[in-house]
Design a protein around this ligand. Structure first.
Ligand SMILES: [Zn+2]
Length: 157
């Protein structure tokens, strides 16, 4: 979940401290921030520092400038999560089922799935669907590798 938080802290200082609007990832790290009263003056943060909320006040807002960045960060976040949980030598297949999406993993010819059914029974229709597709893909590959006699004839000529 990406959050947009506008700082509304009243600073107990003589000059007015500019409060920014922050775009945070699910861990509470700052992805970017928009400067005080600006829709376009946005700083994207390369280092992932945590927003220190102590003694400060924030409200959730919808900042149009920052919201344009959300799809890009969502993708980044998703990619990094996938990288974290997927071990090496593993292929990942996404299976859409109704309005949900499941991940079928293939490692050493062993399938596993992220759905609840697999957790209970050790098998599910998502794996079946992927296995079926893989089977067809392999068949097609094998056909390509061994050319038909007609192909060989064409080469000779
Ligand atoms: Zn499944």
């Amino acid at each position: 979940m990406i959050k947009m938080l506008k700082e509304v802290t009243v600073w107990n200082v003589e000059f007015r401290q500019p409060n920014h609007t922050y775009l945070l990832n699910s861990k509470g790290q700052i992805l970017a921030y928009a400067r005080w009263h600006s829709n376009t003056d946005i700083d994207i943060q390369k280092s992932r520092t945590y927003l220190d909320k102590r003694y400060r006040k924030f409200i959730e807002v919808n900042h149009t400038g920052l919201s344009k960045l959300i799809p890009q960060f969502l993708k980044e976040e998703k990619d990094s999560i996938i990288k974290e949980i997927i071990p090496e030598n593993t292929r990942v297949f996404k299976v859409k089922s109704k309005d949900k999406e499941y991940q079928v993993l293939l490692k050493n010819d062993q399938y596993s799935c992220s759905c609840i059914g697999y957790g209970y029974r050790g098998k599910c229709k998502h794996i079946d669907a992927v296995a079926e597709k893989q089977h067809v893909a392999k068949k097609q590959q094998n056909q390509k590798k061994s050319p038909s006699p007609l192909d060989i004839l064409a080469e000779v000529c």
